[in-house]
Write a protein that binds this ligand. Structure first.
Ligand code: CDP
Ligand code: CDP
Length: 202
C-alpha cells in the first residue's frame, strides 16, 4: 500500500509549506487541494455555475496564475460549502492519494473525509493573528494592495465558513496529531512534522 500523509488546518497555518517540504524530503508527490477549490472559485467569478466549474477542472487550472488572491480565496471558500462541488472533486483527490511512491495531501478535510485511513494525519494550526501576519507578508511581497485589517478579516471569515459548513467542515480528525506553529519558525515546523511522520513510518 502506498504511504499517505494528510495535512489539514486553517488558512495560512503553514500546511502548504510543510507539505511541500515533507514531500520533497521523502520523495512523495504533493497535492495542495485548496487549489482545486480556488480554481473552481476563480471560474465561478468568471461566470460559470459552481458544479460545471468543478467538473471542468483540468490540471492547467491548478497551475493558473492569480489563484493566490484574497478574492479567489473567498470565492473558493464559498464554492467549498456546496456539497455537489465537493463531491465532484473527491475521486481526483483519492486517486492522487493512492498513487505509488507515497503522497502528501493538504487541505481541510483530508484526514476526515478524503483519506480517513491515511497513515499519518497532522492538524497544523496557529493563532488567527499570526496566520494573518504571515499571509499579509506573502500578499505584500506579491505586490497585492491589502491592509493588515483586511487580511485578518478575510482569514476569520473563511475559518468561520469552513468550520461551520455542514459538509466536510474544517476540524481535526480524531487520530490527528496537532502541530501548533504559532511560536515556530518554518524550518522548526517542518522538522517537527518530519519527526512525527518518521515515528509513524517506524
Ligand atoms: O498552506 P497554508 O495556507 O496553511 O500556509 P502556507 O502558505 O504554507 O504558509 C503561509 C506563510 O506563512 C508562508 O509564507 C510560510 O512560509 C509562513 N510560515 C511561517 O513563517 N512560519 C511557520 N511556522 C509557518 C508558515
Ligand atoms: O492557503 P489557504 O489555507 O489560505 O487556503 P487554501 O488551502 O488554498 O483553501 C482555500 C479554500 O478552499 C478554503 O478556505 C476552504 O474553504 C477550501 N478548501 C476546502 O474546503 N477543502 C480543502 N480540502 C481545501 C480547501
Amino acid at each position: 500500500m502506498p504511504f499517505t500523509i494528510a495535512i489539514d488546518g486553517p488558512a495560512a497555518a503553514g500546511k502548504g509549506t510543510i507539505s511541500k517540504a515533507v514531500a520533497a524530503a521523502l520523495g512523495y508527490a504533493h497535492l495542495d487541494t485548496g487549489l482545486l477549490y480556488r480554481a473552481t472559485g476563480r471560474r465561478v467569478l468568471d461566470g460559470l455555475e459552481p458544479l460545471a466549474a468543478a467538473q471542468a477542472l483540468v490540471a492547467e487550472d491548478l497551475a493558473r496564475d492569480g489563484l493566490r488572491t484574497p478574492e479567489v480565496a473567498q470565492a473558493a471558500s464559498r464554492v467549498a460549502a456546496l456539497p455537489e462541488v465537493r463531491a465532484a472533486l473527491v475521486d481526483f483527490q483519492r486517486a492522487f492519494a493512492r498513487r505509488q511512491g507515497g503522497a502528501v495531501l493538504d487541505g481541510r478535510d483530508i484526514g476526515t473525509v478524503i483519506c480517513p485511513d491515511a497513515d499519518v494525519k497532522l492538524f497544523v494550526t496557529a493563532s488567527a493573528e499570526i496566520r494573518a501576519q504571515r499571509r499579509l507578508a506573502e500578499l505584500l511581497a506579491g505586490g497585492h494592495d491589502v491592509t493588515a485589517d483586511q487580511v485578518l478579516a478575510d482569514v476569520r471569515e473563511r475559518d468561520a465558513r469552513d468550520m461551520d459548513r455542514a459538509d466536510a467542515p474544517l476540524k481535526p480528525a480524531e487520530d490527528a496529531v496537532r502541530l501548533d506553529t504559532s511560536a515556530l519558525d518554518i524550518d522548526t515546523a517542518i522538522a517537527q512534522a518530519l519527526a512525527i511522520i518518521r515515528t509513524r513510518q517506524g
